[in-house]
Design a protein around this ligand. Sequence first.
Ligand SMILES: Cc1ncc(COP(=O)(O)O)c(C=O)c1O
Length: 394
Amino acid sequence: MKLAERIGGIELSPTFRINATARRMAASGVDVVDFSVGEPDFPTPDRAKAAGKAAIDRNFTRYTANEGTLELRQAIAAKLEQEQGLSYGPEQVLVSPGAKASLYCAVMALFGPEDEVLVPVPYWVSYPEQIRLAGAKPVPLEAREADGFKIKPHDLDAAIGRQTRGIILNYPSNPTGACYTKDELKALADVAAEHDIAIIADEIYEKLLYDGRTFTSIAATGPAAAGRTVVVNGMSKAFAMTGWRLGYAAGPKKILDAMAKVQSHTTSHPTSISQVAGEIALRECAADVSRMAAEFARRRDAIVSWLAKIPGLTCVKPAGAFYAFPNVSKLFGRAIGGNVVQSGQDVAEALLAAARVAVVPGEAFGSGSHVRISFSCSMERLEEGMRRIAQAVS
Ligand SMILES: Cc1ncc(COP(=O)(O)O)c(C=O)c1O
């Protein structure tokens, strides 16, 4: 049986792959420190769990509106108004089964054949693949390590060509943790407005921001930005609700209507139960979010100081999210556990074999000089994993 041509250029998510190998090793009794995970290690807040259980008990188990329940969309609109001063009506909000699904609806609604979409590198693994699935072309735009993995307005200006229709920005970033300031976002939005391109802003790590930084959405930098931006966010990272599958998008009505059409013929909506839990999470679980963010901050400080002590590794300090993205290129040509390494992929494989530590090769994010370490695990496991890495590379 012949498969569709479009699937030829698509890879299975590499983060899932590494994670599967680590789980297999663990299942066979090997003590693996798994730094490949992309989800909080905390339980979902109690109130959100209780709301989900209650939703089942009161038989709130049928189809909801395609866009998501009005109550949840109102809660999302209220959040965006309170935190960012953005005023969206509930009709400008679409709730989806995960931010990944929100992003897919946005990409499908905005881009098609002949269109080019800028993707800053390093990028989150699914952006280029979703753009390809839409029949459009992802165009890499280097976010230089020397610039803290952030693109500059003149980089954006120079990268926009005749076919460019949009850009996907992600701040704080998976995998680098980099986050733009309000002024930086305003400058990028001005360039996007000048060239009339769309912005998809993936803000799923907004609540995990360190050193007292405050988060600004690019849509909140002015009307020109708001009029061309689809804000994407979700419950997975801030509320430790990855398995509930709940994400959302907000933006100009014309785009959101188009996204709703895509959703109406694909996933329909997230489960009714998750939507109730998500609404309570947004309305009542801010203290849980702060507690988790404080613990991530503690781990971020620890990993940054441990990484600094390992010769051969350099790391831009992550401003947010729960990943460190050390540059491992100084190790190239050396042996780890008897294997000479020449790439991020080699380093990741060698660390798994020699140190029983799972990290994600930077290649998954468009950089062969890095590996991604997730610090979404207990401080004890973090320390143990870093000790093993230090030993393996020394
Ligand atoms: C940058 C980024 N965006 C979106 C997602 C998708 O999140 P979900 O579909 O669980 O809401 C992830 C998950 O890893 C992510 O890292």
